[in-house]
Design a protein around this ligand. Structure first.
Ligand code: FSO
Ligand code: SF4
Length: 547
């Protein structure tokens, strides 16, 4: 195996024996083979107008499969073997249709479009040949992977929007075009750089789509205080990013005597008006994804993982953890999609919860959030005034991911040491590094404004665009906003490409730069966009504050 798609890539270069995340080598290889087949399907469907039903199936399959290969989403070999079989069947359908419609179409097809096999052994053998290292030029490899990881992030957000019946054909078609482009040996670095920039454009589009899906379905996030303590009834803990699962779980647990708590990236569910009406929706339990081993053990009740990030579960709670959607782990119970459009059935978790002890209290108190674009704009006058009077000197976008590397304590120290006249804008699980610190307020505005999940980084971009308008500036970079972003997995890649597309310059990325950026590609990002890493709080603070 060779995998370097996340920030934890072994030795800062890549995982080769097993993933630092716990992904076994054979699963890593099978994920590569699945992505390879998606490229083949994409190639075959490029210039063909597929019949609607088949076209829809291709879009769903690509979205679903890319999402399943994201870091910490799915560790289950059997799932990937099934998906590879499904990919081969689907690819054959596209191939047959293409040949019927275009008997004269190009016959020189790439291997990804024609390779065949049906035994698992053959899958494993092929999987070892089609991974990242099969592109030998390191710059082309770097740009292909940057694009592929951006597409994985895009697929995650497309999937969530799709769950709420929001789709965008242009995004689907771009994903196919970009996947097929990674097979094209005639494309040079410049071509691939522009495709990556285009991915940023579609990244903005898909985040806007998901924002519309979430806010039209569940209302605009409101400024909300969330309890971080527990009650004395058994509970179910829900983690990940899928709001549709959140809604269903709340409905099905109503009146059962079971409480529902959020974990990690599900915290922002508390900000949505549609979920506030449930009395048994009690609060947020614990912290970011990487602390789940200890926190899930202490929770005592069932846990539902709706998306990444899963940490390989301990024996002590493996019988209490459930996966759904695109998540999976061998030996863990999976809640399937409902049949014939029916909702998923969470009764297994509810029955188990009734036999469990209430959660062990980890902490008490409240945290505040819900500062998505609509809520911030409702206090825009206050914000603008505070900037004009100098009460707020600068905003720091510290969105992104949290992770287990010790060096990430940088972000806690950075938040603590920021001058008192600065405000942190955050989204994603990165917030857990400082959202429980008492950083105070500026004229009633908290110094940490949490917009929501990582996809709600879109809200931060909307806020920046609106402020640019209000202050009558020509360039978003003239705003008093600095970007010190923490990344971990591929959703952060699409957020980054989206910000670059919006023209944001001088983004600092940490705790380490991606292993998949070759020195030359990193140079292009530095020279054209001012992208930088982080060093230490003191020196970085000086750079950011221009001291
Ligand atoms: Fe975090 Fe995991 Fe939301 Fe990621 S829980 S790390 S960027 O999956 O998606 O922020
Ligand atoms: Fe390694 Fe990250 Fe890949 Fe897991 S996802 S195998 S930790 S690079």
């Amino acid at each position: 195996m060779f995998c370097f798609q996340c920030q934890e890539a072994s030795k800062g270069t890549g995982c080769t024996v097993a993933g630092v995340c716990g992904k076994p080598h054979d699963v890593a290889n099978l994920q590569d083979l699945l992505v390879y087949l998606l490229k083949g399907i994409s190639f075959l469907s490029l210039d063909v107008r597929l019949p609607e039903e088949l076209d829809h199936r291709v879009s769903l399959f690509i979205t679903d499969s890319l999402f399943a290969t994201i870091t910490n989403a799915n560790f289950d070999r059997a799932i990937f073997v099934d998906k590879i079989r499904e990919a081969l069947i689907l690819r054959q359908k596209v191939f047959t249709y293409r040949n019927e419609q275009f008997p004269d179409a190009a016959t020189a097809l790439p291997d990804a479009a024609i390779w065949q096999a049906d035994s698992e052994q053959d899958f494993d053998a092929k999987a070892r040949q089609v991974g990242v290292l099969s592109t030998t030029n390191e710059d082309i490899r770097s740009l292909r992977e940057l694009l592929t990881y951006g597409l994985k992030g895009m697929a995650a957000y497309t999937y969530h929007a799709w769950q709420l019946n929001y789709t965008d054909k242009e995004v689907d078609l771009f994903m196919r075009r970009a996947l097929a482009a990674t097979l094209d040996n005639t494309l040079d670095a410049a071509d691939l750089i522009s495709l990556n920039m285009e991915a940023g454009k579609f990244g903005v589009k898909v985040m806007a789509l998901l924002d519309e899906a979430n806010t039209s379905t569940y209302g605009h996030p409101e400024i909300t205080k969330v309890n971080i303590g527990v009650r004395n009834r058994p509970g179910i803990l829900i983690s990940g990013h899928d709001l549709k699962d959140m809604e269903e779980l709340l409905k099905q647990t109503e009146g059962t005597g079971i409480d529902v708590y959020t974990h990690s990236e599900m915290l922002p569910a508390h900000y949505y008006p549609a979920f506030k009406k449930y009395d048994h929706f009690v609060g947020n339990y614990g912290n970011a994804w990487w602390k789940q081993n200890a926190e899930f053990e202490a929770f005592n009740g069932p846990i539902l993982m709706t998306t990444n990030c899963i940490v390989p579960p301990r024996k002590s709670y493996i019988d209490r953890i459930y996966t759904t959607g695109n998540t999976g782990y061998p030996g863990v119970h999976h809640i399937p999609e409902g049949e014939n459009g029916q909702p998923k059935d969470f009764s297994l978790l509810i029955e188990q919860a009734k036999r469990c002890l209430p959660p062990t209290e980890l902490e008490t108190g409240e945290i505040i959030g819900g500062f998505a674009h609509e809520a911030v704009m409702s206090v825009a006058d206050q914000v603008v005034e505070a900037v004009k009077t100098g009460a707020i000197k600068r905003f720091f976008v510290m969105a992104g991911c949290d992770g287990r590397m010790k060096s990430r304590s940088y972000y806690t120290d950075f938040a603590e040491q920021l001058p008192r006249d600065t405000v942190i804008l955050t989204a994603g699980c990165a917030k857990y590094k400082y959202n429980k610190l008492d950083l105070g307020e500026i004229g009633g505005i908290p110094r940490v404004l949490d917009a929501g999940q990582c996809n709600d980084s879109y809200s931060l971009a909307v806020i920046a665009m609106k402020l640019k308008e209000v202050f009558g500036l020509d360039d978003i970079n003239e705003l008093p906003i600095s970007y010190n972003i923490a990344w971990y997995e591929q959703k952060a890649v699409i957020v980054l490409l989206a910000l670059l597309h919006l023209g944001v310059k001088n983004i600092h990325l940490g705790p380490t730069l991606p292993a998949f950026l070759s020195p030359n590609v990193a140079k292009v990002l530095v020279e054209n966009f001012g992208i930088g890493g982080i060093t230490n709080v003191e020196d970085d603070m000086k750079i950011f504050l221009g001291a």
